[in-house]
Structures are given as structure tokens and as C-alpha cells.
Design a protein around this ligand. Structure first.
Ligand code: M6R
Length: 624
């Protein structure tokens, strides 16, 4: 769970690497480092614990060299300290790595027997030493890290190929070698890697945002591919050395879209962007005049949709919460039974996949390791699998039968916000489309839903315009040690998501419950003045949630209700009401989720938390 960057060009590499690492910091930020090949052809390495700003402090002025690699780390093997931070070196070789080498202990033992001395606890250091052992014939004495006296037995490319053959696990790597000073080698397996083609310069990174300000022309590296970067060019090979011809894609995101645009945090910016991002998600896909949704990219025939017996949703975290709402929608709108599994459970859960099952992977990043592995497992049962994702060219998009892009734009804040509402919109469209094809929803009902959907951007804007009310509420309860979120039916996943958002960024203990479950245990936790957020928008469970509100009020809890703007009854039973514009009953969860995002945001702000980069978390979880 790290970010890597490589630069080969004519400019001074160090400032470019630092700048790129700042863009990648969301992937991990416990330590960082760079290595450049200076003008005297020596590797110069600078590392530190902490964030990229800390790395800048240890960097001397005028670090020369026009080729270099960098890394921002989120620890998996070994503590976050300077020794464990990347790049890792072996003689004249330097490596940065994102991923996990599963057989590193086995390799490490063999390398130690050959005389290699390990300085870190990381799995990555084995890559550096293994490369060195492939490159040089005389392995004795290498613990001095002096390759000068040793003779090379192959070129760097051949050494990388040999090394990769021995590795099990996942990796995106960039390699420098001072004895081949004009070359950088990159490779990937199960970890993201993308190459930026600039004017006489090449970038390689975990994510396009790292180099977007320099170039928008990119090549997505696929699994088991190796890139040879030299003199402003990059060539790709498979692990056997056969040339691979790759397509260059132009990215349409501009750098502005990936920066904060004046907001204090990316999260706040991204919450605000929802007033337009949800529109982008459905733009061009819905026709409220005839009540249809156009999802041609699904490549599913009406016949296939009619014959579906079950949907299997696989996702993690926020995306899982979206999936749970999808389950209710597929039942209500399309009469399809749906199971929702987390990636980590599905992959080891002996799933029953008989009948015409459609697997839907929901993942903002398209890189979540558990989701990817679970989808691979689902596909092994022979079922069709589609993905709902936000990141074009991400790993999932290359492994799946078809993709629905959420089009929410880059999301930098670790807490998912606009990607969640975009996932919800996509699920509404999908369920509606299936419902129409299966004859389970009338054209009239469908039109009404789509008319309301078209209003959602304006409804979100209304919530944003009154965010100061939510901020006031957040301040009032910011010192609480526990928070509860309750909801029923479609509001239950929103309660789960509200709790996840709050705990993730404010570090307040928060639980989301199906409101009817309170009396089966959680009520025992309620003490005087515990805030309970009840999502109580109108719908067929409204009276039931009112009863639950009375239940918790009787235990002296403080109730914050999320309710429709025209609901005057609710005020009689609760302490605070946070309003959402009146919408279609099926769509109000989208609006409630924006309210809860703001509640979490302002609570975290009040508590002085690191909102965009919460402790112990990273934006995309590319390891199991
Ligand atoms: O990229 P994905 O949607 O697959 O990520 C899944 C989770 O890691 C993610 O939703 C996580 O729970 C968020 N940080 C929550 O805000």
C-alpha cells in the first residue's frame, strides 16, 4: 500500500520526484524516500520517516541527476522507520516497490547464505539483493555492497526478468542501476503501475495524479509486463523478453481537478463536488421521457438480464455499504435476490455460485486486493462479472467482463464521499434498467424515479448551502466518546456509512445498526447523552423508525434525526433535526449520506484530526 514514482528525462529529477510523491501521499504516508543517479553516476539516496514534507527537510539543496525513483510508504513488513523506507539498495542497484512479496523469507534465507546482509525488515529488500545476485557472477563479498570488483553476467533487463520469475506475490517496481546509468526498469504484477509519456521524459507511477501536471499521455502497464525506459522512450516486454505493443491513452482529468480548489481539505472539496459529480454519473444514460436507462457498455443482452437468478455483490468498506443499498434496490426494482459479500470473506467463504449469477464488483479505486481476488474467485465459477469503478484503466477494469464507470473524478481524501454517491447512482440506474427489462417496474414509475434522479444534483446543492447547521450540530457533540447511527431498509446502509465516515476521520467510536436490531443488544450501550443519529426520511418504515427513536429517547440518548424538510412531526421526538430536500422515497438515502459526510467532516475538524489522511488508513488497500 505505497506509492512509487520514477523519472527519466532531462530535468533535475529530485524536485519532480518530491512533487509526484506529494500527489501519491494518499496511498501511504508513514515514511518516504528518493534515489537519484547524480552527475558523477553515483546513487544518492535520501529517506525519512513521516510525510513528504519531512523528506524535503532532509534533502540537501541542489541534488543533481536527471533519473531517479521515489516512494511513499504505508508499512506492511517492518516498522515505519528510515531503514525500512524505500528505496532499498544492493550495491549499484536501487529499487522501489509497492505490493507484497509473499515468499520473501525463503528468498532472504538463500541470499543470506550467499553473503548478502539485510539492513531492513522489509520484503522489498530481497528484490534489490536478488537483482544484484542475478546481475553479478561473484556473490561473495556483496555485503560490502561494492559491485566494482564483480563482473556482470547479464544486463539489468535480464537480471530483472530472472528476479521476477522467483517472486511470488504482488509488485509494482522501479529499478535503477548505476552501471546502466541511462536505464530505468519497471514491472508490475497485481499492483497498479502507469507510465506517463512526456516530451523527452518518461514517468512511471502508481497513479496518474503523480505526473498529470507534466503529461496526460499514459500507458497502463499490465500484469507480468516489464518496461525499459531509456532516452525519452519506453518499450514493453513480457517476462520472457517478447516485445509487447501498448496503447497510449490521453487522460482527460486536468491537474486542477486533482487539487483542492481552495477548500481546506480534499474531503470537503469532494463533498462539494457531489452537486456536479452525481450528474456526471448519470449524464447521457437516462431518459426520463420514456423511463429508460442506457447502459450499453454492460454488454448484457435483455435475454441474459431476464434469466438472472441471483446477483453477487463483492466490495469492501464504503463500497460494500453502497452494495448493501444495491441489494435492496435489485429486490425492489428488479425482483432479483442479491447477496453482498466483502472481498475478504467471499474469497475464503466457499460460495455457492450455481444458476445464472451476475457478480458485481464495486470498488472506487479498482485496486482493492481483496475485491480483486474475490472477483477472480467468482469468475472461476464461470459466472459473468461486471465492475462499478471510478478509475479508468485500474486493474479491475482489465479483468472483468464489462465496466460501469462512476465518473466521479479523482478522489484524494481517504474517506470516500463523492465516489460513494456515484456508486449509489450507478446502482439505481442498474437496478432500474434490470427492472425495466424484467418487466418489474412500469414505465410510469421509472419516469418518476428518473425525474427525481435528475433533481439530485440541485438537492445536494441545497444541503451544501445550509451546511452551517450541520457544522453547529457537529460542534455540539464533538466531544462524545460514542455515536450510534440507525436506519431501516434503504437507510440502514446509510447508517452504516455514516458510522464508518465518523469513526474513520474523527476517531470517535461509532456503530451503525438496523434500527430494529437495537433491542437485541445494542440498547445496553446507550447511556445518558449518547448521540444517536436516526435516518428518518419518509418511506414505508417511517413509523417504525419513530418507534425506535422513542426507544432510545427513553434511555436518555440524544437523538439527531435526518429528516425530510417538510416533516414537522419528527421535531416532537428528537433533539436536533438535520433536513434534506423532499425527494423520491427511494432516492433520499443519497441526500442523507451527504448530510452524514458533512457531520463526520465537521466533527473531525472540531477535533483537529488529520482529515484527508486519517491515522492507520490509506486510500487504496492493494494488499490483502
Ligand atoms: O477503492 P475501493 O472502493 O475498493 O475501497 C474500499 C475501501 O477500502 C474504502 O471504501 C474505504 O472503506 C474508505 N476509505 C471509506 O471511506
Amino acid at each position: 500500500m505505497c506509492g512509487i514514482i520514477g523519472y527519466v528525462g532531462k530535468k533535475t529529477a529530485a524536485p519532480i520526484l518530491i512533487d509526484s510523491l506529494k500527489k501519491l501521499e494518499y496511498r501511504g504516508y508513514d515514511s518516504a524516500g528518493i534515489c537519484v543517479l547524480n552527475d558523477s553516476l553515483q546513487l544518492q539516496t535520501y529517506k525519512t520517516t513521516g510525510k513528504i514534507a519531512d523528506l524535503e527537510l532532509v534533502l540537501p539543496r541542489n541534488v543533481g541527476g536527471t533519473i531517479g525513483i521515489g516512494h511513499t510508504r504505508w508499512a506492511t513488513h517492518g516498522q515505519p522507520n528510515t531503514e525500512n523506507s524505500h528505496p532499498h539498495l544492493s550495491g549499484d542497484i536501487a529499487v522501489v516497490h509497492n505490493g507484497i512479496i509473499e515468499n520473501y523469507l525463503e528468498i532472504k534465507e538463500k541470499l543470506i547464505e550467499c553473503g548478502y546482509v539485510f539492513k531492513s525488515e522489509t520484503d522489498t529488500e530481497v528484490i534489490a539483493h536478488l537483482l544484484h545476485s542475478h546481475l553479478y557472477s561473484n556473490n561473495s563479498g556483496v555485503n560490502s555492497c561494492n559491485s566494482g570488483s564483480q563482473s556482470k553476467k547479464c544486463d539489468l533487463m535480464t537480471a530483472v526478468q530472472g528476479t521476477l520469475r522467483a517472486l511470488e506475490g504482488s509488485y509494482a517496481i522501479a529499478v535503477l542501476c548505476s552501471s546502466e546509468p541511462d536505464v530505468m526498469i519497471i514491472a508490475r504484477k497485481d499492483s497498479p503501475l502507469v507510465v506517463g509519456i512526456g516530451n523527452g521524459e518518461i514517468f512511471a507511477a502508481s497513479d496518474v495524479t503523480a505526473f498529470l501536471k507534466n503529461t496526460t499521455n499514459v500507458v497502463y502497464v499490465d500484469d507480468n509486463e516489464i518496461g525499459l525506459i531509456r532516452g525519452g522512450n519506453v518499450e514493453f516486454f513480457d517476462t520472457d523478453g517478447n516485445k509487447v505493443i501498448k496503447e497510449t491513452t490521453t487522460i482527460e482529468w486536468d491537474i486542477e481537478a486533482a487539487e483542492k480548489a481552495g477548500y481546506e481539505h480534499f474531503m470537503l472539496k469532494e463533498i462539494h463536488e457531489q452537486a456536479s459529480s452525481v450528474y456526471d454519473t448519470f449524464a447521457g444514460k437516462i431518459s426520463e421521457l420514456d423511463g429508460t436507462v442506457n447502459l450499453d457498455e454492460l454488454n448484457l443482452s435483455d435475454e441474459q438480464i431476464r434469466h438472472l437468478t441471483r446477483i453477487e455483490i463483492i466490495a469492501c468498506g464504503t463500497s460494500w455499504n453502497a452494495g448493501l443499498l444495491g441489494k435492496y434496490l435489485f429486490a425492489q426494482l428488479a425482483d432479483i435476490h442479491t447477496d453482498v459479500d466483502t472481498g475478504s470473506e467471499f474469497r475464503y467463504g466457499y460460495p455457492v455460485m450455481c444458476g445464472e449469477v451476475l457478480t458485481i464488483a464495486i470498488t472506487q479505486s479498482g485496486e482493492t486486493a481483496d475485491t480483486l481476488a474475490a472477483v477472480r474467485s467468482a469468475k472461476s465459477y464461470g459466472c459473468r462479472a461486471i465492475a462499478i469503478t471510478n478509475v479508468v484503466g485500474s486493474t479491475i477494469t482489465r479483468e472483468i467482463d464489462s465496466v460501469l464507470y462512476t465518473r466521479a473524478g479523482p478522489e484524494i481524501g481517504v474517506a470516500a464521499t463523492k465516489s460513494f454517491t456515484a456508486q449509489l447512482i450507478t446502482l439505481y440506474m442498474l437496478a432500474l434498467h434490470f427492472g425495466r427489462v424484467r418487466g418489474k417496474i412500469s414505465a410510469e414509475d421509472s419516469k418518476n424515479l428518473l425525474v427525481a434522479l435528475k433533481n439530485i444534483p440541485a438537492d445536494i446543492q441545497k444541503i451544501l448551502n445550509k451546511k452551517s447547521i450541520i457544522q453547529k450540530c457537529a460542534r455540539q457533540f464533538a466531544n462524545s466518546s460514542d455515536y450510534f447511527f440507525i436506519g431501516r431498509h434503504l437507510n440502514y446502509p446509510i447508517a452504516l456509512e455514516g458510522a464508518l465516515k465518523l469513526k474513520e476521520i474523527s476517531y470517535i467510536h461509532a456503530e451503525g445498526y438496523a434500527a430494529g436490531e437495537l433491542k437485541h443488544g445494542p440498547l445496553a450501550l446507550l447511556i445518558n447523552k449518547t448521540p444517536v443519529v436516526a435516518i428518518a426520511t419518509k418511506g414505508h418504515t417511517y413509523d417504525k423508525i419513530l418507534s425506535n427513536i422513542k426507544e432510545v429517547k427513553a434511555r436518555d440518548a440524544v437523538v439527531i434525526a435526518v429528516a425530510d424538510e417538510d416533516d414537522t412531526e419528527i421535531e416532537k421526538y428528537v433533539d436536533v433535526v438535520l433536513r434534506v430536500p423532499r425527494s423520491h422515497v427511494l432516492l433520499s438515502p443519497i441526500l442523507s449520506s451527504v448530510v452524514l459526510q458533512l457531520l463526520a467532516y465537521y466533527t473531525a475538524l472540531e477535533r483537529g484530526c488529520s482529515i484527508d489522511k486519517p491515522r492507520n488508513l490509506a486510500k487504496s488497500v492493494t494488499v490483502e
